[in-house]
Ligand binder design. Structure first.
Ligand code: SF4
Length: 80
């Protein structure tokens, strides 16, 4: 019998355009928090590349982040 493989999905935040509405933090508080310094969301545990913040999440965390992406008013959260 096969073992269960956990897939990984890339979660991407185009942070420069964030308006700090807090919606993503409400949907997925283990992944998002508001940075008190500039009032924008930050993707917890992500790495910045060319101004875009990226981290891999497991399949288990996809649903709540899909909700976060869907409700982001400036559409800057992507799952790839
Ligand atoms: S939902 Fe979008 S605009 Fe609102 S805090 Fe999160 S990333 Fe920023």
């Amino acid at each position: 019998m096969g073992e269960t493989l956990v897939g990984m999905v890339k979660l991407v935040h185009y942070r420069v355009k964030c308006i700090g509405c807090n919606s993503c933090c409400e949907h997925a508080p283990e992944h998002w928090r508001i940075n008190p310094e500039d009032g924008k969301a930050e993707l917890i545990g992500s790495v910045e590349k060319n101004g875009v913040w990226i981290k891999e999440i497991s399949d288990f965390d996809v649903a709540e982040n899909e909700e976060a992406a869907k409700d982001c008013p400036v559409n800057i959260i992507k799952l790839q």
